[in-house]
Design a protein around this ligand. Sequence first.
Ligand SMILES: Nc1ncnc2c1ncn2[C@@H]1O[C@H](COP(=O)(O)OP(=O)(O)O)[C@@H](O)[C@H]1O
Ligand SMILES: Cc1ncc(C[n+]2csc(CCOP(=O)(O)OP(=O)(O)O)c2C)c(N)n1
Ligand SMILES: [Mg+2]
Length: 331
Amino acid sequence: MDEFALIQTLFQPLQEIGSEENASTGHGFLKKIGDDAAVWKGQGNLAFSIDTLVEGVHFTSDIPPYDLGYRCLAVNLSDLAAMSATPLFYTLAITLPEIHEPWLRAFVDGMRVLAERFHIPLVGGDTTKGPLTITIQAHGLCPHPVYRDGAQVGDDVYVSGSLGDAAAGLHLWLDRDSRSAASTHAHSKDEDFLIQRFHKPTPRIVLGQALSGIASAMLDVSDGLLADLRHIAEASGVSVVVDAQSLPISDALSRCFEMPQANEWALTGGDDYELAFTAPPDMEQKLQAVAKQSGIAITKIGRIETVNDTQKVSVENANVDLTRLGYNHFS
Ligand SMILES: Nc1ncnc2c1ncn2[C@@H]1O[C@H](COP(=O)(O)OP(=O)(O)O)[C@@H](O)[C@H]1O
Ligand SMILES: Cc1ncc(C[n+]2csc(CCOP(=O)(O)OP(=O)(O)O)c2C)c(N)n1
Ligand SMILES: [Mg+2]
């Protein structure tokens, strides 16, 4: 199979996903895959976000290809969720060391599952030979975007789902050869859950949409809770105080690891792709209703205070040494 056969047989079918849904909204494609560029005719506020995943940096070479396809699209959709956007379509730039058809079919299947869930077509991309690297740009409509710069003094800080699972999952995945050498395993179900949370994060699209008009500032947790909350602090000109005792830790994480380790991962581990956001105290009841309706936990983890230049993000009740706030590619 060569470059063009790969595009035609594996990627092109993904452009049919969701096309009927898009037609019914009045937006639409004049051209998708097959020309020098795709052409979209539309109106409204278009959010678009791009993220690259590099082998050895964002995932290991032995990640199941299905999980990798899922993960690449999920982390990009997560950025749209953090803007309170509805996904519309995406592009894919993929660099491959070789064409291995079964691997690629599984990769495409992983992307397809999420693409079908959100009715989004693949509308273009690029295919090249080289070290395994995947870049996706995701696009969505956001009538009422939620930015990072809207946090106000007095707001509460919240996070969706649970934190620290993905960093624990990465640890378990890297360590799995030594673990499988041990004959019995009390926690294997919990460990599988944590590894899945790392490999296949859930983009909180519906929750992100529901938080429009409620959240004053929002982002997704990719680098680590504290590192990401610092972006809200800086953009909003405020300080963030996090209560380490209130962090949502999953049952699986607390069964598999001691609390100081779980808390450290929750605060700085990253890769969770949960939504962290701020909201005024009088929104608390609405937030409870949103959590109930979406079936996703929303936990109050801190508060917004006046700007404190020495420490834009501080942590109360942490019995861990926090020398770093999260992942940073060049430090
Ligand atoms: N190479 C680049 N060129 C232009 N803008 C960039 C580049 N890299 C990052 N950005 C922008 O910087 C901001 C922060 O990026 P990043 O930390 O990757 O955000 P996120 O964690 O949401 O993916 C975003 O607005 C992003 O678009
Ligand atoms: C093999 C491997 N090692 C380490 C990590 C941890 N890690 C790598 S990049 C990253 C931060 C998120 O990536 P980035 O490219 O900064 O995403 P963005 O913030 O742009 O969404 C984390 C936590 C990982 N995911 N996989
Ligand atoms: Mg990015």
